[in-house]
Design a protein around this ligand. Structure first.
Ligand SMILES: Cc1cc2nc3c(=O)[nH]c(=O)nc-3n(C[C@H](O)[C@H](O)[C@H](O)COP(=O)(O)OP(=O)(O)OC[C@H]3O[C@@H](n4cnc5c(N)ncnc54)[C@H](O)[C@@H]3O)c2cc1C
Length: 253
């Protein structure tokens, strides 16, 4: 199990990229030295008791001592986070969860990100060496697209304002990419998107890992609040502790 620590981390920058998406960089030398692609941290967004719970965010990238988060403002916690300024301190708990497996024998990495589901991939891409990488990303519209840190991107938008009209899964399927036993797919996004990808990968017998972003509280397996059904034994797994990254055939969405 990871040794989890709390690090009081000074904000280096907190930049608005689109109407709702921000890029946050914090000085967290200890967590930055331990964390792996696909893992996440739980961030205390306020100095008060409100909101009480920390908020989980994927590691978007690591730049020396800096941890980079890419986050979307959706509610009270992320609204507070968006107001934070350079020099303020955030309490960061991590590293949490299990990351992506990218040491296996594949030649092409297919990255699929739906909306803010693109967040964990810059750090993964930085760590994948000597392989072909293609990224399929989908957003609601042109103004929401963020391709920070991604490689060889292809785009879809729900309204067709940029790239293919449809989801990133529609885009991936439409491209007729050559898929074989040397292809590995890494995906993150809303559950309905991942469910459709899991069905496709089962049909085509493809190698795929999905990262789930289910709501959670503690982040390390105590509260049991983030269960996902396991395919193996009709039991449940915890997204925070057993995931957030799962093999596509391990879980039922
Ligand atoms: C392992 C993991 C990694 C994540 N990585 C990122 C990331 O890199 N960037 C990012 O922007 N977000 C990420 N998320 C989601 C992020 O944690 C939530 O968006 C955030 O906690 C919302 O906090 P809030 O206080 O702003 O919203 P709240 O006020 O708590 O909720 C606002 C609305 O969003 C819904 N909501 C809250 N959390 C989630 C969730 N996890 N999934 C779906 N709906 C939710 C609520 O039901 C409510 O309708 C991740 C979640 C997990 C579990």
């Amino acid at each position: 199990m990871n040794k989890i620590i709390i690090e009081n981390s000074i904000i280096e920058s907190n930049d608005k990229l689109t109407e709702s998406i921000y890029l946050l960089k914090v000085h967290s030398p200890i967590i930055a030295s331990k964390i792996k692609p696909g893992q996440f941290c739980n961030v205390k967004v306020s100095d008060t008791d409100y909101p009480l719970l920390r908020r989980p965010f994927s590691i978007c990238d690591v730049e020396n001592h800096l941890i980079v988060f890419l986050y979307q403002v959706v509610g009270v916690g992320t609204e507070i986070l968006a107001q934070k300024m350079e020099g303020e301190v955030l309490s960061i708990l991590g590293p949490l969860g299990n990351g992506f497996n990218f040491d296996d024998d594949f030649e092409t990495a297919i990255i699929i990100g739906g909306g803010i589901g693109v967040a964990p991939f810059p750090f993964l891409i930085r760590n994948i060496t000597n392989k072909k990488i293609v990224s399929y990303i989908g957003f609601r519209n042109k103004n929401e697209i963020v391709d920070y840190g991604l490689t060889n991107c292809k785009y879809a938008t729900d309204d067709g304002s940029f790239g293919l009209k449809g989801t990133c899964i529609d885009l991936f399927k439409s491209e007729n990419t050559i898929l074989n036993s040397k292809t590995k797919i890494f995906a993150c996004g809303p559950n309905p998107m991942l469910k459709s990808l899991i069905e496709y990968c089962s049909d085509k017998n493809l190698n795929c890992e999905v990262s789930l972003e289910s709501a959670m509280a503690c982040g390390f397996g105590i509260c049991q609040g983030c269960v996902v059904e396991s395919k193996e034994d009709d039991e449940y797994k915890l997204v925070c502790k057993d995931g957030p990254v799962f093999k596509f055939n391990e879980i039922k969405l």
